[in-house]
Design a protein around this ligand. Structure first.
Ligand SMILES: [Zn+2]
Length: 475
């Protein structure tokens, strides 16, 4: 039997607000345990929550970045839940009246065809405390760290439109780009600012049945998300093949073993309207103001880069996919560097150099001005490409100007005819066999000879001129 997978995603995104969602405690879950607490987020009896405007604004920007419609009225409910990481016994969440509905993101499917994946709704909720299980001597203990309690979250719930691990990974990559662009969250699965759960079921190809789904959690990278979905699809196929029914439950992804394992049954408690936080009412004008705060988003920016800078589509999308990177590219291009040269050098040299040194663009000593300086000298044939790469590498470790680095390192390119001709004569004299090979029709001997001349010049000869001179001598 041919099966297809039906996957829906639930994505928790931690908003990078300064304070928690219902109190003024700092929103810094990584601080020393229980540093950032107060009666509200310790959930002491009688404490009243006060909803944060910053959380609403960051949530709204994320909703707009995901093409959702912000609801003029939304409200918090008490989601009943008994577990030590939430001692008040319920979580403030928007179960019945979410902040936004009806969004979408476009991705490319396996064959590269565009596909639109729908978002059902986005709601706001408070995070729970963190449980730490350890041994005190020989006694196992569970400790509670309330720094994360009450941290502002949004949960993005998709329609079950995903059909493969590839589509799930593409959707999450795109979602991360969009939310990073508006500055609401870093969306890192590795550090836990984004957590993705997948609801997975399978059905006979061509059927429209919605079968029992299994929830899979605990993936801490986009790669693991894909692996977990792929594993779970195969596991369900094998169950059906052996005549077992699929039952509703939650499974944990085990990255070491590469399998999903069953965990405690899902507790779905009742959900009742919360009387302590007033309904959230926003006007059309407010939504328009939020929309006006959106930056130029990646797809539009990529189209503009293609159009205005005449960049190939792939280069344009790579640059536009990261806001800081695209700003850097535009800053370099403004310094009289041809945009294609700038794009190429940023993606193939600058980015890998940053990665290697674990630097952010903001912290990099190679400012757009310094980078442009090197590229302008390359364009003017003052240095060759090999030297430009070396000068660029050195700029990461010095405050000196590119000019000074070029002078000190002796990188200035040798282009004058007399010096180059004498180098070429030397090389031809030393390699009569290669010269003979070339003349008898072996074109690749030319590459060898150019390489020899470059070496003889310690890499400083202008390779274009060397080639011209060699060709005329060999003819
Ligand atoms: Zn607090």
């Amino acid at each position: 039997m041919q099966y297809e997978a039906i996957v829906g995603l639930e994505i928790h995104v931690e908003l990078n607000c300064l304070t928690k969602m219902f109190c003024d405690c700092p929103n810094r879950p990584g601080d020393e345990p229980n540093r950032n607490t107060c009666p509200v987020c310790l959930w002491l009896p009688g404490a009243l929550p006060r909803f944060s405007r910053e959380a609403l604004e960051k949530a709204a920007l994320a909703c707009l970045a995901l093409n959702c419609e912000i609801q003029k009225r939304s409200a918090f409910d008490q989601k009943v839940y008994y577990y030590p990481d939430l001692p008040k016994g319920y979580q403030l969440s928007q179960a019945h009246h979410p902040l936004a509905r009806g969004g979408w993101l476009d991705i490319a499917d396996e064959k590269g065809a565009p596909k639109r994946l729908r978002i059902r709704h986005i709601h706001m909720e408070e995070d729970v405390a963190k449980l730490i299980h350890e041994l005190e001597g020989r006694t196992p203990v569970s400790l509670v760290d309330f720094n994360r309690a009450g941290a502002p979250l949004i949960e993005i719930v998709t329609e079950p439109d995903v059909r493969s691990p590839h589509e799930a990974m593409e959707f999450i990559r795109n979602l991360r780009t969009q939310i990073r662009y508006v500055g609401s969250s870093e969306c890192s699965m590795e550090t836990g600012t984004m957590r993705v759960d997948a609801n997975i079921s399978i059905r006979e190809q061509g059927s429209s049945a919605m079968n029992t789904k299994v929830e899979v959690k605990n993936m801490n990278s986009i790669r693991h998300l894909g692996d977990a979905i792929a594993y779970e699809i195969e596991r369900q196929k094998a169950s059906l093949a052996s005549g077992e029914a699929i039952v509703l439950h939650t499974r944990l992804w085990d990255p070491e073993k590469g399998v999903t394992l069953p965990m405690r049954g899902k507790f779905e408690g009742p959900c009742v309207p919360d009387p302590s936080v007033p309904e959230i009412v926003v006007t059309g004008e407010w939504i328009a103001r939020m929309r006006a705060l959106l930056p130029e988003m990646p797809a539009l920016k990529a189209a503009r880069f293609q159009r205005d800078y005449d960049l190939p589509r792939e280069l344009a999308s790579s640059l536009a996919g990261d806001r800081e990177l695209s700003d850097y590219f535009e800053a370099v291009s403004r310094e009289s560097v041809p945009p294609r040269t700038a794009a190429h050098w940023i993606l193939t040299q600058y980015l890998p150099a940053l990665k290697e040194r674990q630097l952010s663009i903001a912290a990099s000593p190679v400012t757009p001005g310094r980078f442009a300086d090197v590229l302008r000298r390359l364009e003017a044939d003052e240095i060759n490409a090999a030297s430009a790469r070396e000068v660029l590498a050195r700029l990461f470790d010095t405050d000196e100007s590119p000019d000074a680095v070029i002078e000190r390192g002796g990188f200035r390119q040798v282009s004058d005819a007399a010096s180059l001709e004498s180098l070429v004569e030397q090389v031809l004299g030393a390699h009569p066999t290669a010269m003979g090979d070339y003349r008898s029709g072996q074109a690749k001997a030319l590459g060898f000879l150019i390489g020899q001349v470059m070496q003889a010049s310690s890499g400083k000869a202008n390779p274009k001129r060397v080639r011209e001179i060699l060709l005329s001598k060999l003819a």
